[in-house]
Ligand binder design. Sequence first.
Ligand SMILES: [Zn+2]
Length: 186
Amino acid sequence: MLILIAVLGGAWATALGVGARGRRTRREITEARGRARVCADALRAHTMELARRPDLPPDARRHVEHALGVYADAISSLPEMRSAEEVAAFGPRLRGALDEIAGATAAITGVPAPADPFTGLCGIDPAHGAPVTAPGEAGPRALCEACRDAFQAGDPPAPRMLFEDGGPVPFDAARYGPVLRPDQAP
Ligand SMILES: [Zn+2]
């Protein structure tokens, strides 16, 4: 009897361990998807900024179309991904498109392309697009027009949040890894 209890206890402990690992894996996939989604949104915002430029050379159109294709693929495929490896494998495509758009923008502006995907975008949510204020001007972060207006109306917007190790962090404090954010210290 005692042996049976011991065996059942062991099986129970193993089942609990597998359950905890499964939860951790699911959490890691969800967190990785969240980080990739913010980078995809940053890619779309940079691409739209480039596409809106009146001095956009005709041959830069193909960069815009390619980047919007990568964005569309990210939006449709990320929710289907079931492993952290699958999400990580998408990283180089996002990075490549971010670099392509940064390079095409730098070719027009003459300003070197930043490695940080969030440079040149609203500090509340990169999906908002280009900021109209610098950090410290109307708030601690660079702000797009809508966020600046909210700040000045006494209703300061909170930065977009991600989950990291199960807790909420501002999007730019998450660990993106060297592919998506080469500027970030490891
Ligand atoms: Zn904003």
